[in-house]
Ligand binder design. Sequence first.
Ligand code: NAP
Ligand code: HSE
Length: 423
Amino acid sequence: MIGILGSGTVGSGVVEVLKSNFADISKRIGREISIKAVLVRDITKKRKNLEDINLTDNPDDILNDGDISIIVELMGGLHPSLEYMLRAMEAGKHVITANKDVVAQFGEQLFSKAEEHDVDFMFEASVGGGIPIITPLKECLAANKISLIMGIVNGTTNYMLTKMTEDGCDYDEVLKEAQAKGYAEANPAADVEGLDAARKAAILGSIAFNTRIKLDDVSVEGITSIKAADIAYAKELGYVVKLLAIARDYGDKGVNVRVHPVFLPSSHPLSNVKDVFNAIFIRGNAIGDAMFYGRGAGALPTASAVVADIIAVARNIVSGNKAVIGCTCYNKRPLCALADTESSYYIRLWVDDEPGVLGSIATAFGKSDVSLKSVIQTRMVDDHAEIVAVTHVVQHRKVETAAELLRNLPVVVKICNIIRVEE
Ligand code: NAP
Ligand code: HSE
């Protein structure tokens, strides 16, 4: 029997999938499973599809119920979700969650507790919603050394960047539209500032490199600084702007996990991932390049991943197998500092429109050991000339040095944006 904590978007989707695919799911498990109770905050709220389900607002009704062997946590947030999951494990119950916040921050604690009590802990829906990615990484790609993961793992920002690219709108306009469509929340900070993607990046990086990547280890930059002008230059130069979660192996320098906008070549498979869709691109030393694509959120797609975890755990219970693959962080790879990572860069700046300006800018780049691939000046903004420079591949710290020198040049009005270019 299962107990579900939370019946909002995902919880109600899980109930719907369990009901509508009941016969096949039972055959796949080898036994019928049923929902014993569902925890909610407000039991008086009318809930479609849950009329015949036992609702409770008391967590003890589920956590202390000896008939329940699987707990599915779908409340969200850190607390009390963490405490309920730990209590469930202590009581010998297997735990499934879609909660990236708690996995990214307390994954280690949850895995230790699961191991201590010999129970399963699964979290497929925490990254990429309905896209299978956690189990594929842990099982189907287990033969590989993973050197790179690049993912579009936040649907809200991908929708906004797609709209900015296709309709030429500016950031504020598309944010309002995303809110009106219910993609972005009233407080959109976690999505647009990159935190939602950073949590997913920490989870992906931990599995890819078999090394615990904490949320604090992930450097994060959102899309709030992206302007229509940056999108237009990207197009002109043959790129698309995407917010990517990147986990990259830098060999002896260690591994780096980060979230930031990038200029991606328009021919890259991730460039065609539009609207709210998510995709995760993986490079392994045996498989080569692979990409997983689908819906990263929504009731039924997310429920697809949660119910798959339920089926996997229930099969183990039926067959008497030992736990599914637990913590895979058996390594402690060093972290490569952001300053030591390398990339090409797009730099847009406003300068005085007078002779010698390009020369002083070139000197600032030269002094910082930053080699330029191209420089274009196409338009005037107010009284200023807008210049766009694209560098060759260079260490991040050198670009920071160049930016500091540029900012101090009297002819530079401002640096409008610096965005990495992924080739
Ligand atoms: P939601 O719509 O806000 O639903 C949360 C549910 O949990 C509600 O039923 C709420 O009860 C219940 N709840 C919250 N705090 C509670 C508490 N302290 N005690 C008892 N019940 C409590 O959230 P959601 O969108 O379904 O998301 C659930 C989880 O899935 C989150 O971790 C989220 O990050 C993850 N996720 C969501 C999506 C998505 O598309 N939404 C995709 C991937 C992963 P009431 O109904 O009474 O308010
Ligand atoms: N807020 C997330 C997104 C969905 O926009 O993709 C839940 O992970």
